[in-house]
Design a protein around this ligand. Structure first.
Ligand code: ADP
Length: 467
């Protein structure tokens, strides 16, 4: 080889080597760029999928097509894991809060899916509908026997229609007594979310939520209030009608008629007195029933009150030839009871007034006070009067209840006296009751807690001892 040929060979080899080196470098660079591109694509896909964790209805495309590097995954997981952990803790906290709210609700709450399978039940649903947590996943018709609740729930799911119904059921109350309870059941369909238009158009719901409440007591109070308004208006109307009639008669012709005018004005005064009594009894009762602290029950000597109340009825009793007696021996009559003087006065007045009112001429009325259990006194007001039929005994303490309406009105009664007595005795902490035999007389009794050293040691008189 000549020198020239050698130089050519050497330059050629150099150029060839450089070209190979350049190609190698270029291919490496391209490889790095391709991998970076893949990484970016993978990251983007992974981020998108992670973001979609919060949107359960969106698709999660598979990540397998990305031949991503472990580093990229590690970087993203490093960033995401703390966020996932915080989200998880947040979800658990929210679930706990929801559970606490559901568990402490007095209303029973059930949720069913579109196939009527139970997906949620709170503890209050158990006593109301007999549905326990263990029933989760089972079909509602297997858990609830009541056909109309099932029909309404089925309709709510099938037609996406809400229902609100009241259903009487034979259930146990808070103290275990079996009886008819009124349940208010509100059924709200769960509207389908992200469902196809066809499903929404078909009117089917994704499930339903049933909220059940025992409204027995609420309805009873509403009925009582309604009855009170009806009775009160009726009671007020009767004397008002009389007053109007006598006033019209006076204006028309009786004013100048000395044989009638005085008598008519006296009737008007009588009816006005009746109205006054009625209104003041109604006010007293509504105050007592509102639960506002009407009286301050402080230690009060029972003897002087008994003596003064009995004395105030002596004239009326004598006028009817009734023998009115007070039996209050020492030391009982020297005792102090925890009761407001005004409350004691009103209780005694109502009971003595009734005894004198419903006892015919020549009868007996006796007011007595005796020890009763440890720390209690019992006051009785007995008469030899008309008595109360057995069937009415339970009801005489109800507002406006009278055994004989005409007789009570004729004798100036309002029908509220015993209801006031019942509330007042309850306010003092005692019990009230009555025993009676029709045609032979009645015995009303109430208990009072003793004050001071003789104060009650037990909670009160044994249950069932007074009727
Ligand atoms: P009234 O104002 O009509 O007397 P109350 O509430 O005091 O209303 O009594 C309710 C009903 O109970 C009376 O209408 C009467 O029928 C009956 N009653 C109350 N006390 C007696 C009693 N001592 N003897 C017989 N019946 C009574």
């Amino acid at each position: 080889m000549t020198a020239t040929e050698f130089v050519h060979f050497w330059i050629g080899s150099l150029i060839g080597g450089l070209a190979v080196g350049f190609l190698w470098l270029a291919s490496r660079r391209l490889d790095i760029l391709r991998k970076r591109r893949q990484n970016i694509d993978f990251r983007r896909a992974l981020w998108t999928n992670l973001e979609r964790l919060h949107a359960p209805d969106t698709p999660l495309p598979s990540l397998r097509r990305h031949k991503a590097e472990m580093e990229a995954i590690a970087a993203i997981l490093d960033e995401w894991l703390p966020r996932l952990r915080a989200d998880h803790a947040d979800t658990i906290r929210q679930l706990r809060q929801m559970r606490i709210v559901l568990d402490s609700m007095t209303e029973g709450v059930l949720a069913i899916d579109d196939r009527m399978r139970l997906i949620l039940a709170n503890p209050a649903a158990a006593p109301l509908l007999g549905v326990e947590q263990e029933g989760l996943g089972r079909l509602l018709p297997e858990l609830i026997r009541h056909s109309s609740i099932l029909e309404y729930a089925h309709d709510a799911v099938e037609r996406c229609r809400p229902h609100e119904v009241e259903i009487p059921l034979n259930l146990r109350d808070a103290i275990g007594r079996l009886g008819v309870r009124i349940l208010e059941v509100r059924i709200t369909p769960i509207r389908p979310r992200g469902e196809s238009a066809a499903v929404i158009a078909s009117g089917r719901a994704a499930g339903a939520v049933l909220v059940v409440q025992d409204v027995t007591e609420l309805r009873r109070l509403e009925r009582l209030r309604q009855d009170f308004v009806t009775n009160a208006s009726h009671e007020l109307k009767t004397p008002l009608a009389s007053i109007k009639l006598y006033a019209e008669s006076l204006l028309d012709w009786a004013l100048e008629d000395p044989g009638h005018n005085r008598a008519f004005v006296e009737r008007i005064e009588e009816q006005a007195d009746r109205l006054t009594n009625l209104v003041s009894d109604m006010l007293a009762l509504s105050k007592l029933e509102s639960g506002s602290d009407v009286y301050r029950h402080v230690p009060t000597a029972i003897g002087p009150i008994l003596r003064s109340r009995v004395a105030s009825y002596r004239d009326r009793a004598e006028a009817k030839g009734i023998d009115l007696q007070l039996i209050a021996d020492d030391p009982v009559s020297d005792s102090k009871v925890v009761a407001a003087e005004e409350a004691l006065r009103q209780i005694l007045d109502n009971l003595i007034d009734n005894a004198v009112k419903y006892t015919p001429e020549g009868g007996h009325v006796e007011v007595a006070v005796l020890p009763y259990n440890v720390g209690w006194l019992e006051v009785t007001v007995s008469d030899s009067g008309l008595g109360i039929p057995r069937a009415d005994l339970e009801r005489v303490f109800e507002r406006f209840y009278r055994v004989d309406k005409a007789r009570s009105r004729e004798l100036g009664g309002t029908g509220l006296g015993l209801a006031i007595v019942k509330h007042m005795v309850a306010g003092i902490g005692g019990e009230v009751g009555v025993e009676s035999q029709e045609g032979h007389g009645s015995r009303f009794r109430f208990t009072l807690p003793l004050a001071g050293e003789s104060a009650p040691v037990a909670a009160g008189p044994e249950e069932g001892q007074l009727r």
